[in-house]
Write a protein that binds this ligand. Structure first.
Ligand SMILES: [Zn+2]
Length: 300
């Protein structure tokens, strides 16, 4: 009986040991995949670093370095090491692209840096119960701000609500670089899980403005590619969505609430966007159609 019990226990231990080992191996292989870094040189003093699913713009000035979205403390520490391979200068300027928590953490890893955010971000930061929001923002941007990093001019633009209420895009005119966050990805439609907080009219305006700047490099936070063809397709996605629903939504608005409910319930399953059929998550299109209809007649 005892022997039987012991054997059982041993089998159980072996099984649980195997499961633990499996979990450890999976965790480590996931971690090493997540930690793979891709640094791309754009000009003499401008780089993009893709690390842990977030792409950061790095601008080296004469006295310090400007970065976008450290994201979180773990990533910020890794980012600091990567930047040290490029320059001995410290990070002196941190631009937070928007208020969402997967972008704003880790600022404490760069003590003394000036933190920039669009002014509407404060209304969200003050509600943070996770400790990720910066303790203080040094410069709240209204519509436009320019930061000089040596000979490089970094323009910050706010065009209104987009993904969140405090979205800023960046433009380096001399280097022909634009940076935006979370509005498009390479060959992929954004997963419908992340749309609830988006104003698609603002996203459309922002991307169209960036396309009009004719950039040679276009950084978006969650894709590695900096080829502007993805920005152009991103803008086209919002334009095509807008064209597909604008007339019907405005017509329903003029007819009253039951017509709006009808448009909301039928149009998302009717709209097809030819140019995006091969994109990942194309089956999430109805949620994007719904978001555009709501942005037009309801705001937000
Ligand atoms: Zn976001």
């Amino acid at each position: 009986m005892h022997i039987f019990k012991d054997t059982c226990r041993r089998i159980k231990m072996t099984t649980s040991l195997k499961i633990s080992l499996f979990l450890i191996v999976t965790l480590f292989s996931n971690l090493s995949a997540a930690q793979s870094t891709n640094t791309q040189k754009i000009s003499e003093n401008v780089y993009s670093i893709f690390l842990n699913y977030v792409q950061t713009l790095v601008v080296i000035g004469d006295k310090g370095v400007l970065i976008t979205d450290p994201a979180n403390s773990i990533r910020a520490k890794q980012l600091k090491k990567e930047i040290a391979k490029l320059t001995p200068l410290p990070v002196t300027d941190i631009v937070l692209s928007h208020e969402h928590y997967d972008h704003i953490g880790g600022t404490e890893v760069f003590p003394g840096a000036t933190i920039y955010a669009q002014k509407h971000a404060e209304a969200v930061f003050r509600l943070d119960i996770t400790g990720q929001a910066p303790k203080k923002v040094d410069l709240l941007v209204n519509e436009k701000e320019t930061i000089k990093m040596g000979n490089t001019k970094v323009n910050l633009y706010h065009y209104g609500a987009a993904d969140g209420v405090a979205m800023m895009a960046l433009h380096l005119p001399k280097e022909k670089v634009v940076f935006s966050a979370d509005l498009y990805e390479a060959n992929e439609i954004t997963n419908k899980l992340w749309l609830a907080d988006s104003n698609y009219l603002g996203s459309r305006i922002l991307l169209n403005n960036l396309v009009a700047l004719k950039p040679e490099y276009a950084i978006t936070t969650h894709s590695k590619s900096i080829d502007p063809k993805h920005l152009i397709m991103g803008a086209r996605f919002y334009n095509d969505l807008y064209d597909a629903v604008e007339a019907k939504t405005l017509e329903a608005l003029s007819q009253g609430f039951p017509a709006l409910v009808n448009v909301m319930t039928t149009l998302p399953n009717q709209v097809k966007l030819e140019h995006f059929k091969g994109f990942k998550n194309y089956d999430h299109l109805p949620a994007h159609v719904e978001r555009m209809i709501l942005s037009i007649f309801h705001g937000g």
